[in-house]
Design a protein around this ligand. Structure first.
Ligand SMILES: Nc1nc2c(ncn2[C@@H]2O[C@H](COP(=O)(O)OP(=O)(O)OP(=O)(O)O)[C@@H](O)[C@H]2O)c(=O)[nH]1
Ligand SMILES: [Mg+2]
Length: 192
């Protein structure tokens, strides 16, 4: 779903680059040619290296390749852009599990984050999204996008309480700097 995953990856990569670290982004949404193009644009904007392969290739194999690049370059951070638009949900979840297996095997010592990107405008629907993904992979954090719009994302408070998953970033626009580290106090004030 178009929740802002790829955009958020560009913004997060930019933040990490600004901290002086090197970033590789891997285009692991191989199901749509356009997805690879979109993430490539964000890699350029953020000054990150991209690892990509042709459309239709196994996403986990591209991630495997990217990890070899990471090791070769001795880069600091690898960010994977994954698919969200598959009609068959089971297939999508199976792909995520495969990607996670590759990462765990190839980078057993690395710090890993699995971020679920939620669109603040989707309301209650977000709850079922979190449930489905949480059952599949251990989500370590949420990114809440489109908080610049009219939606205040109040539903996320319920999600955080129920699932004990922290909100790590919030998206507040379409530009590269439009991302903030989540501050629960500001957020509650904005909702009120
Ligand atoms: N206003 C606003 N728009 C955003 C924000 N984040 C993303 N968008 C817009 O939302 C649309 C979808 O963003 P993408 O990053 O392509 O979403 P995605 O989850 O990667 O989508 P798929 O790859 O199609 O599943 C784009 O038009 C973005 O510019 C945000 O924080 N605020
Ligand atoms: Mg995308």
């Amino acid at each position: 779903m178009e929740f802002g995953k790829t955009t958020s990856i560009g913004k997060i990569a930019n933040r990490i680059k600004n901290e002086g670290k090197s970033v590789i982004i891997v285009a692991a949404d191989t199901f749509r040619a356009a997805a690879v193009e979109q993430v490539e644009i964000w890699a350029k904007r953020s000054g990150s290296k991209i690892v990509k392969r042709e459309e239709g290739i196994d996403p986990a194999s591209v991630v495997f390749d990217a990890i070899q690049e990471l090791k070769k370059d001795n880069a600091d951070v690898l960010i994977c852009d994954t698919a969200g638009r598959l009609h068959n949900k089971k297939y999508l979840m199976d792909e995520l599990i495969k990607i996670k297996k590759v990462i765990d095997k190839e980078l057993p010592e690395a710090n890993k984050e699995i971020l679920l990107v939620l669109d603040a405008t989707t309301g209650q629907n977000a709850i079922s999204q979190v449930k489905a993904f949480k059952e599949t992979v251990d989500i370590t954090g949420l990114v809440l996008t489109k908080l610049d719009g009219t939606a205040k994302g109040g539903v996320v408070i319920g999600i955080v309480n129920e699932n004990k998953i922290p909100v790590k970033f919030i998206g507040v626009g379409e530009q590269i700097d439009d991302m903030e580290i989540f501050n629960s106090k500001d957020f509650v004030e904005a909702i009120i």
